[in-house]
Design a binder for this molecule. Structure first.
Ligand SMILES: Nc1nc2c(ncn2[C@@H]2O[C@H](COP(=O)(O)OP(=O)(O)OP(=O)(O)O)[C@@H](O)[C@H]2O)c(=O)[nH]1
Length: 323
């Protein structure tokens, strides 16, 4: 018997499956964040007493200009750090145009990595601890105006940034991704409101929630895309935050090692900024940031050993849950 006309017009199962695969691929492709390095410049730096490269990125996910501070940028090469989107040739571009946006001269970008490191844009002293055979050391850092610029001791952000730059410059190769994600992505205005809630007795996680905001509003998809652009498929990641590791692994990068960032005052017992006179941190009044760090461990899954004196101090000082 001849099947009804409508039924014979239906696509076969294999055609449907093939279309579904294509649609899924298109969606995944659309969902991938696109990044573009629009300018690179040299930064003569006190960290490692050398010149590093600062790269500014635009992206397809937000309107922020995220940054990558690259230690050991080389114009091109299979094992070196360089930006594909910056170094790519552009139509009708003069050598001067390339120089203004910090791309290497086109002939130089074809130079293998070993000789490209002698680019005038990059000068680096001998390594104190070279790790050139392994994945580069990387810090994915969210900006913090209060900590990094004002020296606020509500958090450990400045210490982490300095520590990361010091360690990476010692290896002569690596990256600090400086993401414009103030206040764990809620922005400065709401972070300051959250601080006032913390002063009323809430912890750092609960303060965000009281504002009707996520405890952590960040995504690391842009970070992954920038690392890919920088020819970095695998990293040794400086972080206590398992979310950062899981996010970039989910997006296809390899984290060959997670390296903890232990607050100096917890490992040495000396107050931040008082290294010269050795003023004791542990045993004296707890700093705001001790409570902040303890909350990140106990409430947000950060991986960090809390010294028993700090833990005892924070539980003793804990205010009753505010109404
Ligand atoms: N909402 C909120 N943000 C804060 C507070 N203290 C610091 N921050 C922000 O938290 C972010 C700290 O980011 P990171 O140090 O990169 O990340 P992390 O989650 O602490 O993980 P680590 O890699 O272990 O440092 C910065 O954006 C700061 O501005 C706070 O009490 N509330």
């Amino acid at each position: 018997m001849t099947p009804p006309a409508a039924a014979s017009a239906l696509p076969s199962t294999s055609t449907l499956t093939a279309s579904l695969v294509t649609v899924t691929e298109v969606i995944q492709e659309q969902e991938q964040v696109q990044v573009q390095c629009v300018v690179r410049t040299r930064i003569p730096s006190e960290f490692g007493n050398a010149t590093h490269s600062l790269l500014l990125y635009t992206n397809s996910e937000d309107d922020k200009e995220h940054l990558a501070l690259v230690f050991g940028y080389a114009a091109a090469g299979p094992d070196s750090i360089w930006s594909r989107t910056l170094e790519a040739a552009r139509d009708n571009e003069t050598p001067r145009d390339r120089a203004i946006r910090g791309a290497a001269p086109l002939s130089a970008s074809a130079i293998p990595a070993t000789s490209a490191t002698s680019s005038p844009l990059e000068s680096t002293p001998p390594a104190s601890d070279s790790n050139n055979d392994s994945a580069p050391l990387v810090r994915i850092h969210s900006c913090c105006f209060t900590g990094e610029t004002l020296g606020s001791l509500r958090c450990d952000c400045r210490e982490q940034l300095v520590d990361a730059m010091t360690r990476i410059s010692a290896e002569r190769k690596g990256v600090v991704l400086y993401l414009i994600q103030e206040g764990r992505g809620i922005g400065l205005r709401d972070k300051l409101r959250a601080y006032n809630l913390i002063d009323l007795g809430y912890d750092t996680r609960e303060a965000n929630i009281q504002l009707g905001l996520p405890a952590d509003a960040r995504s690391y998809r842009i970070a992954t895309a920038i690392l890919r652009d920088l020819n970095i498929p695998a990293v040794r990641l400086l972080t206590n935050n398992p979310l950062k590791v899981n996010s970039i692994v989910h997006d296809g990068l390899v984290v060959s090692e997670r390296i903890s960032m232990i607050p100096k005052s917890w490992s040495t017992g000396i107050l931040p900024g008082r290294e010269a006179d050795g003023a004791k941190a542990i045993g004296s009044k707890l700093l705001d940031r001790d409570g902040y760090l303890v909350s990140k461990v106990l409430k947000m899954g950060h991986i960090l050993d809390i010294p028993s004196e700090i833990l005892a101090g924070t539980s003793a000082a804990a205010a009753p849950t505010p109404k």
